[in-house]
Design a protein around this ligand. Structure first.
Ligand SMILES: Nc1ncnc2c1ncn2[C@@H]1O[C@H](COP(=O)(O)OP(=O)(O)OP(=O)(O)O)[C@@H](O)[C@H]1O
Ligand SMILES: [Mg+2]
Length: 139
């Protein structure tokens, strides 16, 4: 079973076809590069793979789960870093980690343990309560 299995994905915006019959398979543990010129449909494809958009045709299975029929189950197997920053500027690093864990239904004790581990791995323990967590030059 593949981690990602997309078959014949097609997405139209009005009469414009942004994604035309795209199929791809990604195995568990595989690093997959998805390249193409500007406007090729990469971002639209990722939005289809993650159920942000619904395709006009085709299917997506995440670890064998149909993302259009069982979106919540499939999303529990997905982590996405989109094109812009994914951390919340009004939460500390530790609060950001707890929020992510909570969204995946992780119990508090396990969240605390994982947050400690990640902060340690990233050498960010001394910044765990820092607010804002990063410098936002546009604020
Ligand atoms: N919501 C939308 N409504 C109308 N057209 C759209 C929409 N989203 C994307 N498109 C069009 O679909 C095509 C594919 O866009 P997409 O953003 O997927 O390309 P991309 O490969 O990610 O490009 P880039 O390399 O510039 O990020 C483009 O022509 C874009 O203008
Ligand atoms: Mg893009």
């Amino acid at each position: 079973m593949n981690a990602i299995e997309a078959r014949s994905l097609t997405k139209r915006f009005g009469t414009f076809t942004a994604v035309n019959d795209v199929s791809l398979s990604v195995r568990e543990g595989e690093i997959y590069g998805f390249l193409g010129p500007n406007g090729a449909g990469k971002t639209t494809t990722i939005r289809l793979l993650t159920n942000v958009l619904t395709p006009d045709a085709g299917s997506v299975h995440i670890n064998g789960i149909d993302i259009f029929r069982r979106p919540l189950d499939a999303k529990m197997h997905i982590g996405v870093i989109p094109e812009s920053s994914t951390i919340y500027g009004d939460l500390s690093p530790e609060q950001n980690l707890h929020l992510s864990g909570k969204m995946y239904g992780m119990p508090r004790a396990q969240r605390a343990e994982r947050a400690d581990k990640i902060l340690s791995q990233l050498d960010l323990e001394e910044h765990r309560h820092r607010y804002p967590p990063i410098f936002f030059p546009n604020r």
